[in-house]
Design a binder for this molecule. Structure first.
Ligand code: NAP
Length: 292
């Protein structure tokens, strides 16, 4: 079994991005600037946004974190999105999801200028992805594709089963892996909670991807010998042995599945760092697309 080490692979990408920043500095060009809006104090969101800001610092990007209380009215948030759309110093920005229940996430996502939508969630960017036109790819699916590519995982002609059909992971990933490209050219099955015979379907997968949010859901009996297994899940589970009282657990029973898989991602340290790396790639791209 070989570990698909997202930390290591994302480090390679960060180095490349740092070099691009240094080159831009030498040429007197603008440095990419990412802004992030964070609403509330959800522990997971704080961690994810913190990691994104830290990645900007490491690479040499500028970053701005904008925080609101979780009682912020929707119109205030929409006005902030509008001001970031118009702010020439900001190349790309994200609104960290999930948002409190009184705010319409779709409305906020649709208010973001697609040219600054470095999370790739705007319908224009999702449409461009489907048609294979230039735009921003959603960070987690793009990160997984990059992880497969940089670790020389053959995808052409392979049977790929993705469990989970969310708009931010499973559905866009199914499109990217079915594309006529490399990585791509997979025969993709997109499974979800209504899928019948899920175990038998998973057993046929050369590449099995779990994006469900149910710790340990994928057990060894669901996995073909030699399969490539990608675990997107990140759920906080209680862990009294840790000072903070919890740890992250993936959707795959790592200990058992790793005995059968040819390659497998750990949680943490697999897909998560690749998601952040993709966001950084998109931020550089946002600036380059503007011709700056
Ligand atoms: P989500 O919106 O929570 O949706 C979960 C999906 O799993 C749904 O499509 C659901 O099916 C499916 N599902 C639930 N129970 C199932 C079952 N018993 N059998 C088969 N399918 C089942 O998903 P998400 O936002 O993509 O998040 C999934 C996980 O990935 C979470 O743990 C999240 O924290 C993690 N995540 C990690 C990263 C990262 O960078 N590492 C990024 C994004 C998300 P239905 O559609 O039928 O309800």
């Amino acid at each position: 079994m070989k570990l698909l080490d997202g930390r290591h692979t994302s480090e390679e990408i960060r180095k490349e991005l740092s070099e691009a920043v240094l080159q831009r500095k030498k040429e007197g060009k603008k440095i990419p600037h990412l802004a992030a809006i964070l609403v509330g104090n959800d522990g997971g969101s704080l961690t994810y946004v913190g990691a994104k800001v830290k990645a900007c610092d490491q690479i040499g990007f500028e970053s701005t974190l904008i925080r609101y209380d979780d009682s912020v009215p929707e119109d205030i948030l929409l006005a902030k999105v509008q001001s970031l759309n118009e702010d020439k110093s900001i190349d790309g920005f994200i609104v960290q999801l999930p948002l409190p229940a009184h705010i319409d996430e779709l409305k906020i996502t649709q208010a973001i200028d697609p040219k600054k939508d470095v999370d790739g969630f705007h319908p224009v960017n999702l449409g461009n992805m489907v048609l294979n036109l230039p735009g921003f790819l959603p960070a987690t699916p793009a990160g997984i594709v990059e992880l497969l590519k940089r670790n020389h995982i053959e995808t052409e002609g392979k049977k790929c089963v993705i469990i989970g059909r969310s708009n931010i992971v499973g559905t866009p990933l199914s499109i990217l892996l079915a594309r006529n490209s490399n990585p791509g050219n997979c025969t993709v099955t997109l499974a979800h909670s209504k899928t019948e015979n899920l175990k038998e379907i998973c057993q046929q997968a050369d590449i099995l991807i779990a994006a469900i949010g149910r710790p340990g859901f994928v057990t060894a009996d669901m996995v073909k010998e030699g399969a490539v297994v990608i675990d997107v899940g990140t759920t906080r589970v209680e862990d009294p042995s840790r000072a903070r009282g919890w740890r992250l657990k993936g959707d795959v029973d790592f200990d058992e599945v790793s005995k059968k898989a040819s390659h497998i991602t750990p949680v943490p340290g697999g897909v998560g760092p690749m998601t952040i790396a993709s966001l950084m790639i998109n931020t550089l791209k946002a600036m380059e697309l503007k011709g700056k």
